[in-house]
Design a protein around this ligand. Structure first.
Ligand SMILES: [Zn+2]
Length: 59
């Protein structure tokens, strides 16, 4: 399934304070600071979280 990066946005811990277990970067496991929104087709948006370093690599 092809993923198309649609946007990056800051990942705030306040907004997601009830989901702290999901704060890790999906690539390296560091604390996530950025959310990347991917369009995977059929109107489905997948959100993955990245740290600063990995966020630069997905752009
Ligand atoms: Zn990372």
């Amino acid at each position: 399934m092809e993923k198309i990066l649609t946007s990056l946005r800051a990942y705030t811990t306040v907004k997601y304070s009830n989901k702290r277990k999901n704060r890790s970067c999906v690539t390296c496991g560091n604390i996530a600071t950025t959310e990347a929104l991917f369009d995977v087709g059929e109107g489905i948006i997948v959100i993955e979280k990245y740290c600063d370093i990995c966020a630069k690599q997905v752009q």
